[in-house]
Design a protein around this ligand. Structure first.
Ligand SMILES: Nc1ncnc2c1ncn2[C@@H]1O[C@H](COP(=O)(O)OP(=O)(O)OP(=O)(O)O)[C@@H](O)[C@H]1O
Length: 456
């Protein structure tokens, strides 16, 4: 038999049935949780992804038609379409069982059951689920590792469902969209998703990160320039607005657009044409703008920093991406996602995340949001060496003791400090360069260069 599955949930208000199921399944599952009602199960699904669910369909006293249970089954499948649900039916209630299978249940067992039959049914439902999930992670990995691949927007919380609904409604309309959210909340993924679902998706989306563009280049990057327009403008350059013709232009960090260029962008959008720097003729453009910013709505509403007429052009539809600390139930799901991806990437075994570790990580505030969580998961995959992930595998600054790594130093000379930190990381990881580099937030090459510099 394969190694044990992680979690089975038995939902039955009859304690005898719950106990019998527990005994039948305990050899195959590391944990078995018994719940009295499907409502409790729905709550649990916000936190955990059971490998198998054993569900009785009749909860109301004396009820036998299973209607209530079938209703819940719909809701379970909507929450997690990969759920492996095995239905418990009364002997002879074949039509209810068939109805349940149509709604996505994996199988059914009739009471009274034989323990072997129950164990075999639940095991094969859990295996099926595992292979479905693996296939999805595999697809996710393919896109994750492909340079231009689309990362799926993960998250099961209501807040993320609302974001998804907004994306789906906004995408086909051609309206400009403004995405607001802290760093690392997934603004770029949302922009890509809007483009992918739009009627412009046949053309590649064009992006410009106004936070990373030097100010002197803003104008020619956006609008383009003609040959000799300014010193250094040797050739002609097509600006991003024109490059995005018939497609979507993603203006990242729009809050960084200097005030003096804001009217020029507004005019271009209103008149659907751009005038490249140094040119005297406008060029027609057909562009849909998706802009993003980590500035708060208040900052953008400050007219000394951002022109309100431009803001109104850009924010026909506004999408607010909540920070992770406001949708903590998504944290375990994201961690599992990235564990899967990085375990494959680094060829590491799949490890379990014990509930205590899961709890601490779900309570962490994740100031860098999903990007920080992703890095933490990558690091944990590299660092872990036991059967399970341990909290020490995660670099959480708020973890007691973690940030208080004492740096014994007599000097505040940066060079010397750097040398000390490198020595420390190397010792800590027994001179494993990859691990030390990850610890220091450097690439291997960058670590080698610094080791050379310090004669290490
Ligand atoms: N809901 C999500 N599901 C899956 N991955 C996510 C999600 N949100 C963010 N990520 C991942 O987190 C990282 C940061 O996402 P992204 O670049 O879209 O954030 P951002 O809000 O544009 O960040 P910044 O403001 O810092 O540019 C990426 O690796 C992305 O794949």
């Amino acid at each position: 038999m394969d190694s044990k599955f992680n979690l089975a949930v038995v939902v039955d208000d009859d304690p005898d049935i719950a106990l019998a199921a527990r005994l039948a399944l305990r050899d195959q599952f590391a944990r078995i949780v018994s719940l009295q009602s499907p409502a409790e199960l729905l709550k649990l699904l916000d936190q955990e992804s059971p490998d198998a669910i054993l569900l009785d369909l009749n909860f109301e006293r004396g009820a036998t038609d299973g209607r209530e249970g079938l209703d819940y089954l719909n809701r379970i499948m909507a929450k997690d379409p990969d759920s492996a649900v095995v239905i418990i039916t009364a002997h002879g209630a074949v039509s209810i069982a068939v109805d349940a299978l149509k709604r996505g249940a994996s199988d059914f067992v009739a009471k009274p059951w034989s323990n072997e039959r129950l164990a075999a049914t639940v095991r094969s439902a859990a295996s099926l689920r595992r292979s479905r999930v693996d296939a999805r992670v595999e697809r996710g990995r393919a896109s994750e590792l492909a340079p231009s691949g689309e990362t799926p927007l993960l998250g099961k919380t209501d807040a993320m469902q609302r974001v998804r609904t907004l994306i789906e409604r906004a995408a086909p309309t051609d309206a400009n969209v403004l995405i607001l959210g802290e760093n690392g909340t997934g603004k770029e993924i949302v922009a890509r998703e809007i483009h992918r679902l739009s009627r412009r998706s046949a053309h590649p989306m064009v992006s410009i990160d106004l936070g990373a563009t030097s100010e002197s280049l803003f104008e020619s990057e956006l609008f383009g320039h003609v040959k000799g327009a300014f010193t250094g403008a040797a050739g002609e350059r097509i600006g991003r607005l024109k490059a995005a013709d018939k497609s979507t232009l993603f203006l990242d960090e729009i809050g960084n657009l200097p005030l003096h260029l804001q009217p020029k962008l507004l005019t271009a959008l209103e008149q659907r044409q751009v005038v490249p720097v140094g040119a005297n003729r406008p060029v027609a453009i057909d562009v849909r703008i998706v802009a993003a910013t980590n500035a708060s709505g208040d900052t953008l509403a400050d007219e000394t920093r951002f022109r309100q007429d431009l803001l109104f052009r850009l924010n026909t539809i506004e999408i607010h991406l909540p920070p992770l600390r406001e949708r903590r139930e998504d944290i375990p799901l994201l961690l599992d996602h990235y564990f899967g991806i990085y375990a494959r990437k680094y060829d590491r075994p799949e490890r379990q995340m014990p509930p205590t570790v899961r709890d601490i990580l779900a309570k962490h505030d994740w100031p860098g949001n999903v990007r920080a969580l992703r890095h933490a998961a990558e690091r944990a995959v590299i660092m872990a060496d036991g059967v399970n992930y341990r909290i020490e595998d995660f670099p959480l600054p708020s973890r007691p003791g973690a940030s208080a790594v004492p740096i014994a130093t007599e000097s505040l000379n940066l060079d010397q400090l750097e040398k000390q930190m490198i020595e420390r990381a190397l010792r800590m990881h027994h001179f494993n360069i990859s691990l030390a580099a990850t610890e220091l937030g450097l690439s291997r090459g960058a670590l080698y260069r610094r080791m050379e510099k310090h004669g290490l």
